[in-house]
Design a protein around this ligand. Sequence first.
Ligand SMILES: [Zn+2]
Length: 134
Amino acid sequence: MKLPVVVAGVVILLAGIGGAIYGAIAWAAASARAVACTFSGALPECLAQAAAHAAFAATVSSIFGTLAIVGLVVLIVGAVLREPAAAGPAVPMAQPAPPPVPMASTAPCPRCGRPLRAVPQYGRWFCDAEQTYV
Ligand SMILES: [Zn+2]
């Protein structure tokens, strides 16, 4: 049960890191293009385009960075959850309700001292020797 959580955490973490790296690279490329714009003719348009790309890349990077953090949390939670599972046995299945405590099957008759027989449906004791309830 816990292993999928760890695997999911690793996948999310790696995806987040990959996306964040991609965003960072795209941001760097957009920044480099913004610098290159300085040497080109159409400076304002070129800069605006590069800035938009850089902003988009930064957004992507932050989203995936958040995803990576989420993945890390999931991974840690999954790893922590594994500890008790490894230490203790699986949660026991619900125990069937124990039978009601039976009346003691043997008790001395207060009159003759012979063993009495419990009669649960009447909640009373029956003395077999005297053929009577006590
Ligand atoms: Zn008796």
